[in-house]
Write a protein that binds this ligand. Structure first.
Ligand code: NI
Ligand code: MN
Length: 228
């Protein structure tokens, strides 16, 4: 059994957990300027949706309909996807957890917004802790740093996926603060360098992670895979 994490650029990841494919925030080539993979080449058994913004949900409905994947997200986003012709959804809300065939998913808070691309109300934004194969992986989603991250850290995190791009989410300095609260063994940055507005020198940031925190930085190239 295995748990691997592949970054597709921006906030989009695919997890392979014991052969099951879980795609986080589908935003692929053609929509995502940082992505190299086309959504037509992506396998999905499950989709985790952190919030409703276009840079996270642009390819969700198409991928879900083609693959039949179960979409896991907040109540409002699941209703919206149902209205787009895909009924295979599992609605959750902040603080709740559920055991799926690949592992447990707990929805965590995020300090952000969540409007859907057509202006529909997208509920509250979130993140996820995925527990599988004896590992806890935190996917922060788009968020500011918040001190209650220390409660998430109490779960014992093998890895944390954090936005570092600034402007729309926490930036490099606040991501270091988040690591202090979360205390993950490994930290994987995302949501940077997609556009000039969120340009970050990730290598320089990783050096700071190594020197200023206990976490090991893992800076992935686009389509690179890290096995937890
Ligand atoms: Ni967003
Ligand atoms: Mn975003």
């Amino acid at each position: 059994m295995s748990f691997s994490i592949t970054w597709h650029g921006h906030g989009t990841f695919s997890l392979n957990i014991g052969g099951k494919h879980i795609v986080v925030d589908p935003f692929f080539a053609g929509n995502n300027p940082a992505a190299k993979t086309a959504v037509s080449d992506v396998a999905a058994d499950f989709i985790l949706q952190t919030h409703g913004h276009g840079d996270h949900i642009a390819d969700t409905v198409g991928l879900a309909i083609r693959t039949g994947a179960l979409v896991i997200g907040n109540f409002e986003i699941c209703n919206w996807i149902g209205g787009k012709g895909h009924d295979n959804v599992h609605a959750m809300n902040t603080g709740g957890g559920w055991d799926f065939p690949f592992g447990r998913v707990k929805m965590t808070p995020a300090l952000h917004s969540s409007g859907l691309p057509d202006g529909s109300y997208g509920g509250d934004p979130g993140g996820f802790v995925v527990t599988a194969e004896g590992k806890n992986i935190y996917i922060a989603g788009d968020t500011a740093v918040f001190s209650d991250m220390s409660l998430i850290g109490r779960m014992g995190l093998d890895a944390a996926i954090l936005p570092i791009g600034d402007n729309f989410t926490m930036g490099p300095d606040d991501a270091l603060l988040a690591i202090d609260y979360l205390k993950p063994k490994v930290v994987i940055p995302c949501h940077y360098n997609t556009w000039p507005l969120i340009a970050v020198d990730a290598a320089a940031w990783a050096k700071r992670v190594s020197s200023e925190t206990e976490a090991k930085p893992v800076v992935l190239a686009v389509d690179e895979t890290y096995t937890v």
